[in-house]
Design a protein around this ligand. Structure first.
Ligand code: OFO
Length: 171
């Protein structure tokens, strides 16, 4: 069974991952409504990935004999000023998540729970990837400066970053 402090911290991380999933879902919906279908598909997929991050923690807590709690997630914004603003927010959000993961690892060290430290290494590595990915996307957007034709090309490129087939838009 996990120590109380570790269980609480993991449940807080579950809540954060759930919020990330909801946030990217809201952003995907905004992008879709505004004609950025490539960006929308990329964000829908990323929302699913965040749910997987949440579930991975969820199962770990229960597998260790503790109790994973379904979080009540805060409602994300549904309106965004631009694609650039969306990615600025994501980048800041992911940096915050990395900080939280590091704090979580710190708590596990304090509690001498090295099994959980080991488990969390996946998240540490994942955050490096995510910060790199979103940092690169944001650099690209900063170069484009909101130019409409270039934004169209950007949106096509985002589609290529999506591994899942595009959602059915014929309905
Ligand atoms: Fe976007 O990352 Fe989860 O952990």
């Amino acid at each position: 069974m996990l120590k109380e402090k570790v269980e609480k911290a993991l449940n807080e991380q579950i809540e954060l991952e759930q919020f990330s999933s909801q946030l990217y879902l809201a952003m995907a919906s905004w992008a879709e409504k505004n004609g950025y279908n490539g960006t929308a598909n990329f964000l829908y997929e990323h929302s699913d990935e965040e749910r997987e991050h949440m579930l991975k923690l969820f199962h770990y807590v229960n597998d260790r004999g503790s109790h994973a709690i379904v979080p009540q997630s805060e409602k994300p914004e549904s309106e965004y000023k631009s694609v650039q603003k969306v990615f600025e927010e994501i980048y800041e959000h992911e940096k915050m998540i990395s900080e939280k993961i590091n704090q979580l690892v710190g708590i596990c060290y304090e509690e001498k729970d090295f099994t959980t430290v080991n488990f969390l290494q996946w998240y540490v590595a994942e955050q490096i990837e995510e910060e790199n990915l979103f940092g690169t996307i944001l650099d690209k957007l900063n170069l484009l400066g909101g130019d409409k034709a270039k934004m169209y090309m950007f949106d096509n490129e985002m589609e290529k970053l999506t591994t899942a087939p595009p959602s059915d838009t014929s309905l």
